[in-house]
Design a protein around this ligand. Sequence first.
Ligand code: F3S
Length: 388
Amino acid sequence: MYLTKEEERMLSGEYGEYVRKAMEVVVKVGEMLGAERLVEVVHAHVSGVSIFNIGEPGLHLIEEMAGAGTKFSVFTTVNPYAAVDAEFSGKRLSKDIINKQMRVVNALTRMGGKAFTCAPYHIRMPKKGEHLAWAESNAVLYANSVAGAMTLREGGPMALMEAIVGRAPLAGPHLPENRVPNYLVTLENVSNGASAAAAGYIMGKYLHSPDAVPYVVGLPRREEYVRLFLAAFGASGSSPMAVIEGITPDYMELLAKGNFQDKLAVGKDDIKQYVEEVVADADVGLIGCPHLSREEALRILERLGDGVKRELWVFTGAHVGADVIEALRKKGVRVLVSQCPVVTQLSLLGIESVITDSGKALHYLPKLAGVRAHLISRERILRWARGE
Ligand code: F3S
């Protein structure tokens, strides 16, 4: 692989041991991907920082790196961590878990992590054509498909290395030829976020290939639906991008280049199989997977009336604003800032069942959090929370 003089210096250890190790990993992975060279990135996003996922070995590695003075060389955001502020029927995570989780957060902050959220585009919206090194599938799909930026679908450790060296392999969606749609997907009856999530989930199950780039027709141009759709697609599928009609920059040019191998139609009956109408059993209503934008949080606030009578948990980042967080809390909502329900063993809190409008949460909660999950519209979850 061709390396610049600067990259060779990083690889030789001139900038320290962890920069050398990080460059070694990035080059190795780049070679495996067949990249001819690396590309400079302007923003890295690191995932996989929950103590439940990385355990003691991960904690020690990150603390060691931070302790050696290793810094991120580009603007870097980090995924949310385990829900250290969660409480259910008086139960919380153990002090030991909370303490270890916050040590991970502190070490990443010392290295230069700017914010903990799975919606890094709310912290810094990528520009069209910009090269990024992002992990976290919903964010990757948003960057490539909505912002028109270019990033591989990185894993957490790889994005950590890329954040240190500020480079990524020039491969996958960094190259225009890999952004051409090869499946045609038509959606019908997407009328709310939960149905958008169900449609994305179905599409991901059908197109489960890292090279699949669907051209999507029929997704309403509403930010909330698009994000829930992409997050669910990322959970069941492994693509790094979709071309969405009316939303993806240059979608018409990409359509003209399209080379379609197959077609898929997602209709009312398909969606119905995933979205439930009635709340059968639920301990907690969960909204904010991916993390809510300020606008979404304000819309939720408007719909809460006198306040909530049941456990409504909302996940977001500090970008939502302290005023909104306070207003939601005054209505009785549990606002979990910079945290993620899915990477938290909610079963430890005695929670058994959750309702959510997120297809991604539906997919991962039973496996990772140990709870049952039901996909229900946000409107219905809010009515349930109000006691209706
Ligand atoms: Fe974000 Fe956690 Fe959902 S990282 S997208 S809240 S699974």
